[in-house]
Write a protein that binds this ligand. Structure first.
Ligand SMILES: Cc1cc2nc3c(=O)[nH]c(=O)nc-3n(C[C@H](O)[C@H](O)[C@H](O)COP(=O)(O)OP(=O)(O)OC[C@H]3O[C@@H](n4cnc5c(N)ncnc54)[C@H](O)[C@@H]3O)c2cc1C
Length: 323
């Protein structure tokens, strides 16, 4: 039966996480194609207050209980499995993030469904849903056709627009009965990660430095440019590995995924692992001495040249303009 599309709402410390809106936007389009309702499933403790933000869904399903403060993947999977069966769903969308990691494979086994993770695009052809997922950090894109339009889909953050998942309307809420369970393993304590001085995922302009910056002292050049242009400094992995900037500033596969309005890449070659974290930036400007550097394949503007010559001039011009 294909009677609904379900989005597993992702939230953290009382707030809906952005990926939820990406999933709702995708879910709405799929549900419209399949001519079925879109359901937003919220699992947690004191989560009823989140429901007014989920207006794009045709209805919101609520599993709200003290014991569900943080649910390990086994438990989340068990709860979602019940709802998937109860609502005779066809597609389940969940987030490809650390919060939901582990749920997809367990569910796929329990429901005997395919799990397509790292999904970045989708399309319909002759009524069939095709999904493209990113493998090996973006080196391979694989397109998969879902048999009978049934499956579990992990949405890769930053791949779809947030606004498409937002709505001013209020969706009806259905409170579901929380089944008896013994959490195994159980949630003991939430340990906050070390906070950086700034959150690079929230910045509109990033001046990002790579190994081409040569040493810690030279980062000052990027900081001056960032100050003049009103942005923050981020970095590629080698800069962080050397201890020149903290891990909270790292962009890429093992760092942060950023999407600023402007991303300036200074002395960054543009390895796939770096691109993975910044290629969806609105505008990318790269400065690199090597005309064959892969960063130029994705940059909107490129300057082949020495950053130590160009950046101080750029900073000076920006300061003059401000003055
Ligand atoms: C599992 C895994 C995860 C990874 N995660 C990440 C990640 O999260 N983020 C990340 O960034 N990397 C990551 N990497 C590393 C990645 O593969 C690259 O090694 C790294 O991105 C390269 O950083 P870079 O561009 O700063 O250095 P390089 O590749 O050494 O490039 C330096 C660039 O600077 C240019 N240059 C040199 N001097 C100047 C100058 N004076 N002016 C202008 N240009 C100059 C050079 O032409 C060159 O293109 C990961 C790797 C693995 C295997």
């Amino acid at each position: 039966m294909n009677n609904s599309v379900i989005v597993l709402v992702e939230h953290l410390r009382g707030n809906i996480v952005d990926i939820t809106y990406e999933m709702l936007g995708v879910g709405k389009k799929i549900a419209q194609h399949l001519n079925v309702p879109l359901l937003a499933l919220v699992i947690g403790k004191d989560v009823s207050k989140l429901t007014p933000n989920l207006g794009l869904a045709d209805s919101v399903l609520l599993l709200d209980d003290e014991k569900l403060e943080i649910t390990p993947p086994q438990l989340t999977a068990k709860l979602v499995e019940n709802v998937y069966k109860q609502k005779q769903a066809s597609i389940l969308l969940l987030a490809c993030t650390n919060i939901t990691a582990g749920v997809g494979p367990i569910l796929a086994r329990r429901l005997d469904l395919p799990f397509i993770n790292f999904c970045k695009t989708f399309r319909f052809e002759n009524g069939d849903l095709f999904l493209t997922s990113q493998l090996y950090g973006g080196k391979i894109l694989s397109e998969v056709k879902l048999i009978d339009n049934k499956g579990i889909v992990g949405i890769y953050p930053g791949s779809f627009p947030l606004d498409a998942g937002k709505s001013d309307r209020t969706a009806p809420v259905e409170e579901l009965e929380v089944p008896d369970f013994v959490p195994e393993p159980s949630f003991k304590k939430y340990i906050e990660p070390e906070l950086g001085d700034i959150d690079i995922t929230k910045e509109n302009i990033l001046v990002s430095v790579g190994r081409g910056i040569q040493n810690k002292d030279n980062i000052e050049i990027a900081e001056e440019l960032a100050e003049a242009i009103g942005g923050a400094v981020s970095a590629s992995r080698p800069v962080v590995d050397q201890g020149w900037l903290p891990l909270t500033r790292q962009v890429g596969k093992s760092g942060m995924i950023v999407k600023p309005k402007l991303y300036l890449a200074l002395g960054i070659s543009g390895a796939p692992e770096h691109q993975e974290g910044m290629k969806n930036s609105e505008t990318i400007l790269a400065i690199n001495t090597d005309p064959k550097a892969p960063i130029f394949n994705i940059a909107h503007y490129g300057v082949v040249g020495d950053l130590f010559e160009i950046v101080p001039i750029l900073t000076e011009k920006l300061k003059q303009r401000k003055g």
